[in-house]
Design a protein around this ligand. Structure first.
Ligand code: ATP
Ligand code: FE
Length: 365
């Protein structure tokens, strides 16, 4: 099984992203084996399961097809994630007469914090920073979310990934960890990038402009991405490290500023808030964690960050969110055993997490 997972990583490096058709084929080939391995690891068979939880959105079905995650956890909920996964989930639920729970991927990123921090009660705030999202939410209760801010263009993870690619970094894990590592060697004040959206007094984000600033800095320093960082000269490596460090400082300052304002907004609505959860792939970054910890403490709150392996996409977060929903009776009945397995039917490409904070617009003036 290990070999199959490595094969998918290899495809990612070679093509700078998985071609959807190829991903779907690869997933279809391994899904049964992966499910079996997950069940074996949990010393279970399908008969032991209580329900099936599966991530069904948001994201274009093409994107969902690229995701490939799965785990069995807590001896009750079986998790699958992606279009091939949705199909498999329906097959298991139908075949074994199990309830099925459709999960919002970003809700799962947020709620997994309640698995590791038992004191984390509603209401709390969450900053979700990943490859496709930048969300600031107020979680009032399970399923009751208010969106305080979102990105108007790119997410921070996308900016990390593109910057890493343009800097010729090793993308075998993903761009984020590569930038984080190289940034430690650089001077974070050497390149003068500007902080996005300062004139907008809201909690939204923008990373497209910063991405362009990074590209221009790379061009002006004549850095050739075709020369991998491992073969770069000492001066070349240093100038790449300076850009990485300066980019990271500004990207995170943008998060800090928006969080500070969001805390103010959220406390007006829910004065009992004690925690800010930071999750999503970018939350595995140590610099991000340290900077946000300072902001959160300064405002009298506590930061909750899942361990890195639970910040980036994982099956456990979907399982846990399934358990949370199952406990309060939110699930669908088992699909009919003769279900045609039409996964398109299930996927929700556009699925906002909660309602927008309408007062935000007037506060921003
Ligand atoms: P979304 O959750 O928005 O659908 P995704 O599921 O593709 O997007 P995640 O798996 O949650 O994203 O996170 C992946 C992102 O996290 C990538 O952009 C990656 O570069 C970034 N990332 C991972 N580790 C780090 C790190 N140490 N520093 C910065 N970014 C990181
Ligand atoms: Fe994710």
């Amino acid at each position: 099984m290990q070999g199959k997972i490595i094969l998918i990583c290899d495809l990612l490096v070679k093509y700078g992203g998985v071609a959807p058709k190829m991903a779907e084929e690869a997933h279809s080939q391994v899904i049964d084996q992966v499910v079996q391995e997950a069940l074996d690891k949990a010393y279970m068979t399908e008969k032991d399961l209580t329900a099936v939880a599966v991530s069904i959105g948001p994201g274009l079905s093409l994107c969902l097809r690229e995701k490939f995650l799965l785990s069995v956890t807590h001896s009750s909920v079986h998790v699958l994630h992606n279009a091939v996964g949705v199909q498999k989930a329906r097959r298991i639920a139908g075949g074994f007469n199990l309830p099925i729970i459709g999960i919002h991927h970003m809700e799962a990123h947020a709620l997994v914090a309640r698995l590791i921090e038992k004191d984390l009660q509603f209401p709390f705030m969450a900053l979700l920073i990943s490859g496709g999202h930048n969300l600031l939410i107020l979680a009032r209760d399970l399923g009751q979310y208010i969106q305080l801010g979102t990105t108007i263009d790119d997410a921070i993870g996308e900016a990390y990934d593109k910057s890493a690619k343009w800097l010729g970094l090793d993308l075998s894990r993903s761009g984020g960890p590569a930038i984080e590592e190289l940034a430690r060697e650089g001077n974070a004040k050497s390149v003068n990038f500007s902080i996005p959206m300062r004139q907008h007094k809201d909690c939204n984000f923008s990373y497209a402009g910063l991405k362009t600033q990074v590209r221009l800095a790379i061009e002006s320093k004549k850095i050739d991405a075709k020369i991998p960082i491992s073969s770069a000269s000492y001066e070349d490596r240093l100038s790449r490290a300076d850009i990485a460090a300066s980019f990271q400082r500004i990207a995170v300052l943008h998060l800090e500023e928006r969080c500070e304002r969001a805390i103010e907004w959220a406390l007006k609505m829910e004065p009992s808030i004690k925690h800010l959860v930071v999750s999503g792939g970018v939350a595995s970054n140590q610099y991000v964690r340290a900077r946000l910890d300072t902001v959160v403490k300064k405002n009298g709150l506590q930061l909750v960050c899942p361990p890195p392996w639970l910040c980036t996409d994982n099956g456990v977060m979907v399982a846990w969110t399934g358990i949370e929903h199952f406990r309060v009776g939110r699930y669908d009945p088992p699909p009919p055993a003769e279900d045609p397995e039409d996964y398109q039917y299930d996927i929700r490409p556009r699925w906002p997490l909660g309602e927008e904070y309408a007062e935000g617009r007037s506060e921003a003036r």
